[in-house]
Every structure is written in C-alpha cells, then in structure tokens.
Ligand binder design. Structure first.
Ligand SMILES: [Zn+2]
Length: 313
C-alpha cells in the first residue's frame, strides 16, 4: 500500500542512524514540558482572549506556501509569535525564507519538522540558518538522507535543542492560541509518514488541523485516543494521497475548508480521486497550492477568510 511518493525516502530511512550524527544537537528533551494528557471534546474551543494584541494585527494568519510537491506552512499569531511547519524540498528553502521575510517575520518561535522526508525538511536547514529560532519540535525518527543530515548540522551549529514531537505535547505560544500535538501516538510505525507530528491550533472559536503526511494508521490512533479533532480548516494529509483522510477521520474533523499542498503535475498522482471525492462528499471547500499558489487563511477568532495568489516563482 506504500505510495510511490515515499518509495525512495522510505528505502533510505530503513537505514536509521542509530549512532546519532550530531550528538550535541540530538539531545531530545523527552520529559521536559511534555504531557501526555488527552483533551476532551468539551475543551474544543479556546476562549477568545481579552488580552490586547501586541502587533496591531488582530488576525491569525496561516500561509500554506506554494513549495510545489511538499509542505511548508507559516502561522503568524496576533501576539507576534510565529510558527513554521515544514520547509519543502531542498530547492525550495530560499523561497520559504523569502516568503517568511516578506511577511516581516524575523524570528520563528517554533519550528515543527513533521517527519524526515525531504519534501518536508529539505529546506529546513536554510530556514534554521536564516532565522532566530525558538523551539524545534520533530519526531524521534531519523533518516540517512542528506537533507536530514544538513538539518541536524544546522541545528547543531546554532546550539539548538530538539523537543520530541509526541501526542499530548502542549506548545506555549501565548494565551491567544491553544496548540496541542495530537500525533504521533506510537513510537514504532511501518510507514515513516505515520511518525508525522500533527498539530491542532485554536484561535478564538476557530480551529486548524495540520496533519503532515499522517496516514490512516495515525488517523485511527488519534480517533481512538479521543482527541477533539474538529477543525474549520484541515491541511489534508500526505498531499491528498488515498492513504490519508479516511472517511471516518473526515467525519471527526468536520472541516469547512481543506487545503492540499501539492505540486502541479506531480509524479505521484496526488491528490487522488478517492480523496477528492471524500472531501467533496463531505461538502468541504477545497484549496490547492498547485492550482492557486500560496493559500492564505485568516481568522479573526470567529470567521475565516481565504486569499489565494500565485507567488513569483
Ligand atoms: Zn510529503
């Protein structure tokens, strides 16, 4: 059932680096700040913050950056904090850095590298070098690829540490938002994609779900764990592959909007007809980076608006 998308990288990642390459940077902080609690559905929506915004902007802005076949998502929180999830392939690194700079962002308070496939972490070394970085979160899963080695080197050279991504990890991004990791729920997977860090972020009454390339096994675990999965905007898992976005998962998320980050005319047949049909049946409004370029969603805490526009290539 493995898709061609991950064929090469999964072959490579079978050869895990047991002896960690850069020992100083790979000191995963497994206990510090990590909780394993499960949120109940009643905790779904955060209260609208009464605190004044610190940057004059009162909207949460989420940019699904057009990086071709891959993922890169910038989240700008009204309190001035910024989060980046993934950075596309290696040749997209400069573009991701330029986009972040174009938004006036100088510091990334949190970077999440969902899993060690090159279409997610290829540009991560460039991002790590270019910005002041706060926290780095990534799953405890290694790869023998050059992209992964370059990322570890960049992290090491800046003296940064890595927090292990795992379900239940709550991330402190200020009182305006609630950010919790819902996956991975296990430490052993057949599919590297299932190690994907999955983040649910709420702002006011609105919620966003960022799924990386999590496939149906991880989706099932999230459902079994009883997490509140509801989200207004779903970042569709694994570029719209048929192995993600199961009907049952979609029924739990109940998204109004979905975004597929995918390359135009890609070699993998993403997104698949099965996934598109499931989204259509669920009545979801769909945005695709291959059709629209970078997709920007803005939330005022109650309503979400979308802006699309192809960025310069
Ligand atoms: Zn991917």
């Amino acid at each position: 059932m493995a898709t061609r998308c991950t064929k090469l990288t999964e072959k490579l990642s079978r050869v895990f680096i047991v002896v960690l390459l850069v020992s100083s940077c790979i000191a995963f902080i497994t206990g510090c700040g990590v909780t394993t609690g499960v949120s109940t559905p009643s905790q779904g929506n955060a209260l609208i913050s009464s605190q004044p915004m610190q940057n004059g902007e009162e909207k949460l802005r989420v940019s699904y950056i057009d990086v071709g076949q891959g993922d890169s998502i910038l989240i700008q929180i009204p309190n001035g904090k910024n989060v980046l999830i993934d950075a596309g392939e290696n040749d997209q690194g400069d573009k991701v850095v330029s986009y972040i700079r174009s938004q006036g962002v100088k510091r990334l308070d949190l970077t999440i590298w969902t899993h060690p496939h090159s279409d997610h972490i290829g540009g991560a070394d460039a991002v790590t070098k270019a910005f002041d970085i706060g926290q780095i979160v990534m799953p405890k899963q290694t790869s023998s690829t050059q992209s992964f080695r370059s990322l570890l080197t960049a992290i090491s050279q800046k003296g940064l540490k890595i927090t292990e991504a795992k379900a239940g990890l709550k991330l402190d991004l200020g009182s305006e938002v609630k950010a919790e990791m819902l996956a991975p729920n296990s430490t052993q997977y057949e599919e590297v994609n299932d190690y994907s860090a999955v983040l649910r972020l709420t702002y006011g009454q609105t919620a966003f779900l960022f799924t990386g390339d999590a496939q149906s096994e991880s989706e099932q675990e999230m459902m079994n764990a009883g997490y509140d999965l509801r989200a207004d905007v779903l970042k569709v898992g694994h570029h719209g592959s048929r192995t993600s976005t199961s009907a049952a998962f979609l029924a739990r998320v109940q998204p109004e909007y979905a975004v597929i980050s995918v390359g135009n005319d890609n070699d993998y047949g993403h997104p698949t007809v099965n996934t598109l049909t499931r989204l259509q049946k669920a009545g979801v409004s769909l945005y695709r980076t291959d059709e629209s370029g970078t997709v920007v969603a803005e939330s005022d805490g109650k309503n979400i608006t979308f802006t699309v526009g192809r960025t310069s290539q």
